[in-house]
Design a protein around this ligand. Structure first.
Ligand SMILES: Nc1ncnc2c1ncn2[C@@H]1O[C@H](COP(=O)(O)OP(=O)(O)OP(=O)(O)O)[C@@H](O)[C@H]1O
Ligand SMILES: [Mg+2]
Length: 328
């Protein structure tokens, strides 16, 4: 019997796979097949210390990058730079998902871009502007977003800047609203793909999907605004074109970033028709049926027992992946 300690907290939805209902669903599906799972809701560093010192478990699965009371945004880590995975590493505790360094690189999109660029993996032209920093010259149209958010937080039609004035306005909005550096990218007007990476080594698999939204929901630009997310409007389909190409790019990205167990690589097509990676999600959404990873898993692994059985298989596969890395 392997025991999984599931960590979440007020920030579980903003940072991680979903809200407490999603975490309960995940826990329930794990409490089967000779496994037992328990949720700990962390509101402070002390809660975390107490949990890892008093609970009995074999492996940790965290919906949090860092402990935070912010429920709406990820924000920068101002908890003395305390990262969950760093503490688990320091104590030699096994955990599911990418290692501590990779987790920090993934939640800071500008850092992800830096590593990918260094490894010749295609990303949009980009630069970062921190609070109080001067704004350099840019090419237009440009796309302005928070450097460390998720769920399209901070994304609207105003994220696309066509003039210097619009650019300044969009950057100031990010600084004022989210208290973090703004990431400015080349605007990618084409299709959006997302590639799910599951497991490691010989068992690793890549499933690709194209993100579809009924065009009537778009405003000025075909982008996934925050109001289109988490409300069942984004649907994943199996692409009929560029499958191998999207997988190859995702494969390069996860190798460069040393991703483990379960990540999702988001990419879009540039004005010239080239795929460019916009981000790699270190804790992808896991809401049954609705989140993209479960949607993609179901598209490629349909079960006669239905969609909840597919969800069950996906969750156990991610946990198996983590356990087997530690020989558990
Ligand atoms: N450079 C860009 N050009 C055009 N659209 C973009 C660009 N970057 C992001 N977008 C749009 O904004 C959305 C959110 O951006 P991104 O995926 O980087 O952030 P996120 O909020 O972390 O997403 P997730 O919910 O997948 O974690 C994308 O799904 C895409 O539709
Ligand atoms: Mg994304």
């Amino acid at each position: 019997m392997k025991k999984i300690l599931i960590l979440t907290g007020p920030a579980g939805d903003a940072q991680g796979w979903g809200n407490l209902d999603v975490t309960r669903e995940l826990c329930e599906t794990l409490n089967t097949d000779n496994r037992s799972a328990e949720i700990v809701f962390l509101e402070s560093k002390e809660d975390f210390t107490e949990a890892i010192e008093t609970k009995s478990f074999d492996i940790v699965w965290s919906a949090l990058y860092h402990i935070s009371t912010k429920a709406d945004i990820v924000g920068v880590n101002d908890d003395d730079g305390l990262w969950i995975a760093d503490i688990l590493d320091a104590k030699g505790i096994p955990y599911i998902g990418p290692n501590a360094l990779t987790m920090k690189q993934l939640i800071q999109k500008n850092w992800t871009h830096e590593i990918l660029q260094h490894n010749k993996v295609t990303v949009p032209d980009n630069f970062t502007v921190d609070i109080d920093e001067e704004i350099p010259d840019a090419s237009f149209p440009a796309f302005v977003k928070p450097s460390c958010e998720s769920r399209s937080v901070g994304i609207s039609d105003d994220s696309v800047a066509n003039t210097k004035e619009e650019l300044e306005k969009a950057i100031h909005y990010i600084h004022a609203e989210f208290k973090q550096p703004a990431l400015i990218e080349e605007y990618l007007p084409g299709e959006e793909y997302t590639v799910l990476m599951l497991s490691n080594g010989k068992r690793q698999e890549f499933l690709t999907g194209i993100v579809k939204v009924d065009e009537s929901h778009f405003g000025k630009y075909p982008i996934l605004r925050s109001d289109l997310r988490g409300v069942g409007l984004t649907k994943i389909q199996r692409p009929t074109a560029r499958v191998e190409e999207s997988i190859e790019l995702a494969r390069q990205a996860v190798a460069a970033l040393n991703c483990l167990d379960h990540v999702r690589v988001d990419m879009r097509v540039s004005a010239e028709g080239q795929f460019k990676i916009i981000e790699v999600n270190g804790i992808p959404g896991l809401k049954p049926i609705k989140s993209w990873s479960p949607q993609m898993y179901s598209l490629y692994h349909a079960s006669p027992q239905g969609v909840m059985q597919e969800y069950h298989q996906l969750i156990h596969l991610i946990v198996d992946s983590g356990l087997s890395r530690y020989g558990l």
